[in-house]
Design a protein around this ligand. Structure first.
Ligand SMILES: [Zn+2]
Length: 582
């Protein structure tokens, strides 16, 4: 009976708004004081500060270690399960023993670096799987600059599960999902607590993710209700597996035994002018400009269109819901939403999500499903970007983008007078096509001839150490003398190239409107090459940008060419083509 009640409670996964965490608090009072900025910076200065960004990156490259990550995973697998509702009193297994272990790890890092890492639980009350109280494990590195109140969070969920979310008896080592992300967070805390940053950093292992993102929601709620200025949140979930057939399964990955230890996916919310997509572009730029040349194996960052994999969610979402900038890192070969296909096996959320196997019978694992070198590289990507986010200057704003015949004049508003800026420009992808460097607040960019593309602009400040701020809100423009379709006499309506193009599962289709449109109804249709309409959506046409998402995952067609068109009051206005490339 107890089990049945637990199952009922846990089936409320999609019921997040009607459940909430109460009595959210840090168990270590000092942690709360740090988060609120109530401390003396001089108490947390290191004996040998490393502040130069090149030194910071070199230090990260030299110290983030695959062997350390492997050791965390080997230790975590011993707890049998880290289910949120599992035993809290046993010494060697269950969530209680596991979180004690994580707390002690953070404490040991604190002792290694002069007591500058403040360790605490973030505790909250809520019935999850029959238990009434739960704890995230956090470590806080106090900022020592003028922006010490601002917070940069790196998180990964610590809990694991089997097929039934509240089955607390099954073995759920959860090595890929999500001991991999937990190990990454621990290693970042170990290495980065030796450094010093302008802003405060928090390393957080969350609980209750598998039953509805509860631990992350508790922290996001705490930040919102206490007006904590959160600058960015990096979520890591399923971040170490590379092997199709073990940590991923076709058709979610190309074919059995296919290995992908190069690509990593960044998921984030939004389309045009999304600060989350802006954060993803920042991560990629920081990697390409600071880190790439220093890495022997060079990762490829893919900025995905969706907020998460189809039908799934993660711990970045509660922060996005409260308007904090956030992204999710996920490995390339991963169990996705492919369970409708014959032969598909998903080891996540099963007893089979293990670290590896012993192939020669000597009781020592010798074939690993989580790739420690891949995990090490993904840890570096996080650490590099989190470090620059915690060090960099304030953001600036774009005042205007004025179109010319062959370019654009971009005007930046910078109340801080930094005097150095980056301007990112993109057209059809989620990524920048070009990032310009300028010392002027008013800059003219020329040499453009693709008049049919709408261009999207964002700017960042650069400080005296050469570190960029996060990018500002986007503005968009199209070259002068571009051909536009006229509806009525006042309005100009332009069907834009879809973004991204080619696209994976989703793409944005947008219509730009100058003036006001007189119409009764407008539609976007997606058409196969031989003319059959596979999708139709109403679109409202207001002044400025009007966008819809087209989601291709429900249409089981092979990769290739598709068309889309805009209809206004039944009349065809324009057709464009796009490429689906899974
Ligand atoms: Zn997960």
């Amino acid at each position: 009976m107890r089990l049945i009640i637990s199952l009922l409670v846990c089936s409320l996964y999609h019921c997040l708004p009607c459940q909430s965490q109460t009595n959210i608090k840090f168990t270590n009072h000092l942690a709360e004081e740090i988060i609120r900025g109530n401390y003396e910076v001089t108490d947390y200065l290191p004996s040998q500060p490393i502040e130069n960004p090149t030194q910071v990156v070199d230090y990260l490259v030299d110290n983030v270690a695959a062997d350390q990550l492997k050791n965390y995973l080997l230790e975590m697998q011993q707890f049998r399960t880290r289910n949120t509702g599992s035993d809290t009193l046993l010494s060697g297994s269950g969530i209680g023993a596991a979180r004690d272990w994580a707390h002690k790890k953070f404490e040991s890092f604190n002792q290694e670096n002069g007591n500058r890492l403040i360790v605490s639980y973030l505790q909250f009350d809520m019935n999850i799987c029959g238990l009434d109280q739960h704890k995230n494990i956090v470590a806080i590195l106090p900022g020592v600059g003028v922006d010490k109140e601002e917070l940069v969070i790196v998180e990964g969920h610590f809990d694991s599960r089997c097929g039934i979310a509240c089955d607390t008896d099954c073995i759920a080592q959860g090595m890929e999902d999500n001991a991999s992300g937990s190990a990454l967070v621990l290693e970042m805390a170990r290495v980065m607590s030796q450094l010093t940053f302008n802003r405060t950093m928090m390393f957080m292992l969350t609980i209750g993710e598998e039953q509805g993102l509860h631990g992350a929601n508790a922290m996001a709620e705490y930040c919102e209700s206490n007006s904590i200025p959160v600058r960015a949140v990096y979520n890591n979930d399923v971040i170490g597996g590379v092997l199709c057939g073990e940590t991923a399964s076709p058709p979610g990955c190309p074919s059995l035994n296919h290995v992908d230890s190069i690509n990593v996916r960044l998921y984030s919310h939004g389309i045009f002018d999304s600060k989350h997509k802006g954060l993803a572009r920042y991560v990629k730029m920081q990697y390409q400009e600071n880190l790439r040349d220093k890495m022997a194996v060079k990762p490829v960052i893919r900025i995905m269109s969706s907020e998460d994999r189809t039908g799934r969610g993660g711990d970045h979402i509660p922060f996005r819901q409260r308007n904090f900038s956030t992204i999710r890192f996920t490995s390339a070969n991963e169990h996705g939403d492919a369970d409708v296909h014959a032969g598909y096996t998903d080891r996540q959320h099963t007893t089979d999500d293990i670290l590896g196997v012993d192939t020669d019978g000597d009781t020592v694992l010798d074939s690993f499903f989580v790739d420690f070198n891949y995990l090490q590289r993904n840890t570096l990507l996080n650490a590099n970007s989190a470090a620059m986010t915690a060090l960099g200057p304030h953001a600036v704003e774009l005042v205007s983008v004025e179109p010319l015949v062959d370019g654009f004049t971009v005007t930046i508003d910078d109340p801080y007078d930094y005097g150095n800026y980056r301007i990112g420009v993109r057209t059809t992808s989620n990524d920048f096509d070009t990032v310009f460097t300028t010392t002027e607040k008013v800059t003219t960019l020329t040499g453009y001839d693709q008049s049919f593309f709408r261009h999207y602009f964002a700017a960042a400040a650069v400080d005296e150490n050469g570190i960029e701020s996060l990018f500002c809100n986007e503005l968009s423009s199209t070259l002068l003398l571009t051909s536009v379709d006229v509806v009525g006499n006042e309005a100009q309506v332009e069907l834009l190239q879809n973004r991204p193009n080619p696209f994976d599962d989703k793409t944005s289709i947008a219509v730009w409107v100058e003036g006001e449109v007189n119409y009764k109804n407008a539609q976007i249709e997606v058409i196969k090459p031989f003319g059959s309409v596979i999708y139709r959506s109403e679109i409202s046409l207001d002044q400025g940008m009007n966008e819809i998402w087209y989601d291709h995952t429900n249409h089981h067609f092979s990769p290739g060419l598709l068309y889309y068109r805009l209809l206004i009051d039944g009349k065809h206005v324009k057709t464009r083509s796009m490429v689906y490339a899974y």
